[in-house]
Design a protein around this ligand. Structure first.
Ligand code: CAO
Length: 457
């Protein structure tokens, strides 16, 4: 054995750089090319490898020191026949320092998957050493300092270590100088996630937490509303929580397009009023919705693509006609389903609509009364508005929104005449339905409602 000095090699354009990491200790057995220190300039950081193998004797640099080519890093009891790190390719005679370059984001699988699959010995050791308890202060989401798109501050060896673990480095809070991420930080992050004490942003997004992290969106704004005036807080109702999560998924996962059209319901309204007069004694009230359900069934028969659901890459065509309708209740939105609408007349549909609506408002719908729908209708006609964009009720592929009908002057070729017009907004899943087909469906529906006798054809 001979004592040798390991010096900073030629580091190119960098005349003096700061030592920001010391990666070895006295007594460590070092192999050739093993990283000894990390240095940092204004532009980049790099690890300085050892030119020799042996046992570290004295370390002659410390954090914050500035070093240049020729500075002695440490002294070493050099091995007689230095075994090199087994490189995949022959190492160059004077290996260049490994600079930290803006690496692509780790393409490693999610943390847990990477760890469970095949941990390297180093990773396995880190995990084995993980205590059951997790520091409470571990970040649950990206630390406040994480800027989307910014590179995390870490040396190449830490990046490599993080990649092996599948750790998203940009979510790790660095405890080193200038917020630099250390090996310990990566290990702590891993321990916290493995024990459930922290979540990666990908995990948070997968859990539909609504923070948008999985979509690469900014976090939801946190506002101290009380600062601006008095407020009251009320927990979301159970129905709102459930329907909200469903609406969110449907809105995000389905490429929606809405086709707006209208129907001339002047004659239909006369018929409806006449039927209501005739059935007053029987206590049956016919609403426009009942006619629309009947017309929708006829349109579904003519355009069966609207009575489908996507099952992976297969389209499931339904041979039944169960129509859902959105009902506004004190606790939130629910969608009762009127079953086998094709086998029922307008009067029976009206009766069932009234019963289901009552049950919905009283919170008495059974699960069976809210499942199995093929197509939904959201009617705001009793309230107001002109056109809107209803959200498709997955796994259905379309939904019809009805707004309040209004009287408008329509040119009949000779004169303007007052006509009752029903605005119709048809949202469709563009993966299944093309725009032209949607326009045809809506136009056909308009024809049926304009001349209801056509429903029988
Ligand atoms: N244009 C003009 N008037 C209309 C109309 C329309 N398109 N649709 C209904 N009306 C009238 C009805 O004729 C009735 O008037 P009369 O009492 O004078 O006869 C009045 O509006 C109330 O009707 P209704 O709303 O009670 O009955 P409905 O069968 O039309 O609707 C139901 C039932 C359950 C769909 C409805 O009560 C409801 O909850 N609508 C809200 C749906 C909703 O919230 N959708 C949004 C979902 S997305 O957030």
């Amino acid at each position: 054995m001979a004592i040798v000095e390991i010096k900073v090699p030629d580091i190119g354009d960098f005349s003096e750089v700061a030592v920001i990491e010391v990666l070895v200790q006295p007594g460590d057995t070092i192999k050739t090319e093993q990283s000894l220190i990390t240095v940092e300039s204004d532009k980049a950081s790099m690890e300085i490898p050892s030119s020799q193998s042996g046992v570290v004797k004295d370390i002659l640099v410390k954090l914050g020191d500035r070093v240049a080519q020729g500075s002695v890093i440490l002294t070493m009891d050099a091995a007689a026949n230095p075994p090199a790190l087994a490189p995949a390719n022959p190492a160059p005679a004077n290996p260049a320092p490994q600079a930290t370059v803006p690496s692509a984001p780790a393409s490693a699988p999610a943390l847990s998957a990477a760890v469970v699959a095949s941990p390297s010995p180093e990773v396995a050791a880190a995990l084995a050493a993980a205590p059951a308890a997790v520091p409470q202060a571990m970040p649950v989401h990206a630390p406040a300092t994480a800027v989307p798109g910014a590179l995390p501050h870490a040396s190449p060896s830490i990046r490599k270590f993080a990649r092996e673990l599948g750790v998203p480095l940009e979510e790790v809070r660095g405890s080193g100088p200038k917020g630099r991420i250390t090996e310990e930080d990566v290990k702590n992050f891993t321990k916290a996630v493995m024990s459930g004490g922290a979540r990666t942003q990908a995990m948070a997004g997968a859990g539909a937490s609504g923070d948008g992290a999985a979509l690469g969106l900014l976090p939801w704004p946190k506002v101290d509303f009380e600062k601006f005036g008095p407020v009251q807080r009320q927990a979301l109702s159970r129905i709102k929580k459930i329907s909200g999560a469903n609406l969110h998924r449907n809105w995000v996962m389905i490429p929606h397009v809405t086709n707006h059209d209208h129907a001339d319901v002047t004659e239909l309204e006369s018929l409806r009023q006449q039927l209501n007069r005739e059935n007053e004694k029987a206590g049956i009230k016919v609403t426009l919705l009942a006619f629309v359900i009947k017309a929708v069934v006829a349109a579904l028969r003519k355009f069966p693509e609207f009575n489908t659901s996507l099952d992976g890459e297969t389209l499931v065509y339904k041979q039944y006609f169960h129509i859902g309708f959105a009902a506004d209740t004190p606790n939130g939105l629910v969608v009762p389903v009127l079953k086998n609408a094709d086998q029922k007349g307008v009067l029976q549909i009206s009766q069932e609509l009234a019963e289901l609506s009552k049950k919905a408002r009283e919170g008495k719908l059974t699960p069976a009364e809210m499942t199995g729908g093929c197509f939904s209708i959201s009617s705001l006609g009793g309230i107001g508005g002109r056109y809107f964009s209803p959200i498709i009720n997955a796994p259905e592929v379309a939904i019809l929104g009805l707004s309040k009908s209004f009287t408008e002057p329509v040119w009949n070729g000779e004169a303007f005449t007052p006509r009752l017009t029903l605005p119709m907004s048809l949202s469709y899943d563009h993966r299944v339905i093309d725009g032209a087909l949607a326009a045809r469906f809506n136009a056909y529906l308009g024809q049926l409602l304009g001349d209801f006798r056509r429903v029988m054809l």
